[in-house]
Design a protein around this ligand. Structure first.
Ligand code: HEC
Length: 117
């Protein structure tokens, strides 16, 4: 009985932590649609309008988040920033949480990245 109670308390506290930190895919989708990221990255963010624009769909969310954050930092930190005028202007308005939500959404999209073995 005591064990069950402790387990329940532990599980619910883990649940709360997850809810607090979990990226929100729906919110990410709304942000991506509002910003019209598909105007360059193409349908499903998987068909860029020019070959120099990267495919995004299905990329690891950690990578996407880090990339977005690096564009936001830009030249401010040469160790960390990505200096790209186009993407730099895209991300300025986003908070950290926004970028995590966007990364989670984009990562959830079906993509066709391949791993060559
Ligand atoms: C006007 C065109 C344009 C729009 C709109 C645009 N992007 Fe980009 N995006 C680019 C270009 C160009 C690059 C490559 C930049 C570089 O060389 O670093 C890029 C790169 C990226 C990368 C890095 C990908 C990688 O593999 O490193 C991410 C992530 C990204 N864009 C997300 C977004 C999101 C999210 C939005 C909408 C909020 C968006 N982009 C809107 C043109 C655009």
């Amino acid at each position: 009985m005591k064990f069950a109670l402790i387990t329940a308390v532990l599980l619910s506290s883990i649940g709360l932590v997850n809810v607090a930190n979990a990226a929100n895919v729906d919110k990410g989708q709304a942000l991506v649609e509002k910003a019209n990221c598909a105007s360059c990255h193409g349908a499903g963010l998987n068909a860029p309008i020019l070959p120099v624009y990267p495919k995004l769909a299905g990329q690891y969310s950690d990578y996407l988040y880090y990339a977005l954050k690096a564009y936001k930092v830009g030249n401010g930190n040469p160790q960390y920033g990505r200096n790209n005028a186009i993407m730099g202007s895209q991300v300025q308005a986003f908070s950290d949480a926004d970028m995590q939500d966007i990364a989670a959404y984009v990562s959830s999209l079906p993509g066709n990245f391949v791993i060559k073995k």
